[in-house]
Structure formats: C-alpha cells, structure tokens
Design a protein around this ligand. Structure first.
Ligand code: THU
Length: 126
C-alpha cells in the first residue's frame, strides 16, 4: 500500500469515528506530515453547536502535538453525495502548515475526486 492509499484509508477510518449526532455528516481528515507520519481527525460536534470542531482542525492539532510541522498532502473524506470541501477557517488552518506544493485531496467512498493546492483554496491569503 503506498502512502496515498494509507492516507485514504486513514481518512475513511477517521470519518467512521466522527461524533456528529446533530448534522449526521461524518467527516474524516488525514494529514501526511513532514515527519513521515499520518495524523487523523474527525469532526466532533457539541450540543452547543458553535463549539463543534471540523475534522481538519483535529488532524492538524494531532500533527502539531505529534511534532509534525508541514502538511505534505492531506485527504478530506466524507461518504456523501456532495464532495466535502474545507470551510474558510480550516483553509486558514491548513495554510498555516502548508508549503507551496502542499496538496489537498477531496475524497468520497470511491476515492480521491478532486485535488487542490492550498493557494487555489485560499488565494491571496494573509
Ligand atoms: N465539517 C468538517 O468536519 N469538515 C469540513 O470540511 C466541512 C464540515 C463538519 C462540521 C460539522 O460537524 C459537519 O461537518 C456538518 O457541517
């Protein structure tokens, strides 16, 4: 299994653990970091809705805590009719830990459907 296949499997597995009783929209994110490791996150909702966190946020926090500092590539996964694309806040979070060639893949159960650079997702960023 190559690293992208492992990343996909990790994102899919993360989504299966999502805590999303309010939206019922499970999202998983997996980051392949500059330390050669894969870090995952899922969305974690809360009865106080704004307190909920996105899958990307969890994966990035895990990466930073584990010692990773740059995202080489990442996959955002949802088993849904519509591809899941990171929210504005998460685009900024991804940007913080991206290099020029960092790739963000959007995936569903069929695999990777679209790939973007962070500059495409967040042009002219701060
Ligand atoms: N969500 C993510 O975790 N990542 C995204 O990129 C988009 C949305 C979550 C937030 C919320 O728990 C649920 O999906 C529905 O919006």
């Amino acid at each position: 299994m190559n690293i992208r296949e492992k990343l996909f499997e990790s994102a899919q597995r993360a989504a299966a653990n999502a805590y999303c009783p309010y939206s019922r929209f499970a999202v998983g994110a997996a980051v392949y970091a500059d330390d050669g490791r894969i870090y995952c996150g899922c969305n974690v909702e809360n009865v106080s809705y704004p307190v909920g966190t996105c899958a990307e946020s969890g994966a990035i926090a895990a990466m930073v805590c584990g010692g990773g500092r740059k995202i080489i590539e990442m996959i955002i996964f949802a088993d849904a009719n519509k591809l899941v694309s990171p929210c504005g806040a998460c685009r900024q979070r991804i940007k913080e830990f991206s290099a020029e060639n960092t790739l963000v893949h959007l995936a569903d159960a069929g695999g990777i459907r679209k790939t973007f650079t962070i500059d495409e997702l967040l042009p002219f960023s701060f």
